[in-house]
Design a protein around this ligand. Structure first.
Ligand SMILES: O=C(O)C[C@H]1C=CC(=O)O1
Ligand SMILES: [Mn+2]
Length: 373
């Protein structure tokens, strides 16, 4: 058999409307911007990947525009002509020449896995060693910015049997106002839902001491990234002190970060994100570090569209335990899709396709309509 070679990479920026503004502490999303990567191979197979962040450079070190520029100028020349079937060799070649850039790296790893899956007739989850479940429970983020509206939205999600785990985005408002907002939502939903918060690093340690105490006493199940990723000793102290478990999100920008957080005892839960680790295989290395350290797992998102969401899902269905479930709802925040098969959500779960590769294909018409020229 002659090996399939990587022939061409095409990165495409796509702007998609959202169902409503999505308010995070650092940015209010009025739309979502995806970077879609197409990797053409000499056997005619195309792999698809996605690198998506939130709010330009408001969230992470890579923006859609920088991801595209770096894929085009630095990743593509290293990959063209390489064996498309040897994902280890291709990714190690990138490791040698490129530092960081985990979002762009994740798009490449995803596209190579998708292509290889299509080539071998196997789902990406099978290439990753085999799935142990076919679906994943999915949380929803309440982030309209208004307490009554958030409660209505949660009630609707419960009625539809779409979500029964809710993550509230806080941190931008004064502490007492945010605490009131969260406690009101938890009171309204009671035991019908798990309520969690994501502070996106917006508290200092003094605020976090009070915030974690009040939220823990009021039935909030999990507190995500309460303080800055830079304040490691503060994270360790909070992790020991908070009555509700602390989850690391922004603190993890690489597999190595995950190891050092685990070694320091800085969180009892890790948010797994393919974009922050460098792909579906890379995120499983972070999961293994967590498992070895007794740290619980949560399947996180950068609010990717269908491609990135299913790439994450294929990795997460291979895990032994996903104690805190997932937040793979990105496609549900978008009013438009660029894939032919929209991901299926049913009975609080995302169903993970078992078709070759990621299990989806691009809708060329829609891609044409929403891509930047
Ligand atoms: O977790 C984040 O910080 C980013 C993201 C994930 C869900 C959501 O609403 O925002
Ligand atoms: Mn987060």
């Amino acid at each position: 058999m002659t090996n399939a070679l990587i022939e061409r990479l095409e990165s495409i920026i796509v702007d998609l409307p959202t169902i409503r503004p999505h308010k995070l502490a650092m940015h209010t999303m009025q739309k979502q911007t995806l970077v879609i990567l197409r990797v053409r191979c000499s056997d005619g197979i195309e792999g698809i990947g996605e690198a998506t962040t939130i709010g330009g450079l408001a969230y992470g070190n890579e923006s859609p525009e920088s991801i595209k520029a770096n894929l085009d100028a630095h990743f593509a020349p290293l990959l063209i002509g390489q064996d498309a079937s040897n994902i280890n060799a291709a990714m190690q070649r990138l490791d040698k020449a490129i530092k960081g850039n985990t979002f762009a790296r994740s798009a490449v790893e995803t596209a190579l896995l998708d292509a290889q899956g299509k080539r071998l007739g196997l789902a990406v989850s099978e290439l990753l060693g085999g799935r142990v479940r076919d679906s994943l429970e999915v949380a929803w983020t309440l982030a309209s910015g208004d307490t009554a509206r958030d409660i209505e939205e949660a009630e609707r999600m419960l009625d539809l049997r779409r979500h029964r785990i809710f993550k509230l985005k806080i941190g931008a408002n004064p502490l007492e106002q945010d605490l009131k907002h969260v406690v009101a939502i938890k009171r309204a939903l009671g035991d019908r839902a798990s309520v969690r918060v994501d502070v996106n690093q917006y508290w200092d340690e003094s605020q976090a001491i009070r915030g974690c105490q009040v939220l823990g006493e009021n039935g909030i199940d999990l507190i995500e990234q309460p303080i800055s990723r830079i304040n490691r000793s503060g994270q360790v102290r909070l992790n020991q002190r908070s009555p509700a478990p602390i989850m690391a999100d922004e603190s993890i920008e690489s597999v190595e970060d995950a190891f050092s957080l685990a070694a320091d005892g800085a969180a009892s839960i890790f948010a797994l994100k393919i974009a922050k680790n460098g792909g579906p295989r890379a995120v499983l290395r972070t999961a293994q570090i967590a498992e070895a350290a007794g740290i619980a797992l949560y399947g996180g998102t950068m609010l990717e569209g269908a491609v990135g969401t299913l790439a994450s899902a294929h990795a997460f269905v291979t895990l032994n335990k996903l104690t805190w479930h997932t937040e793979l709802f990105g496609p549900l925040l978008l009013t438009e899709e660029i894939v032919a098969e929209a991901p299926v959500y049913r009975d609080f779960q995302l169903l993970v396709p078992n078709a070759p590769g990621l299990g989806l294909s691009l809708d060329e018409e829609r891609l044409k309509r929403f891509r930047r020229p």
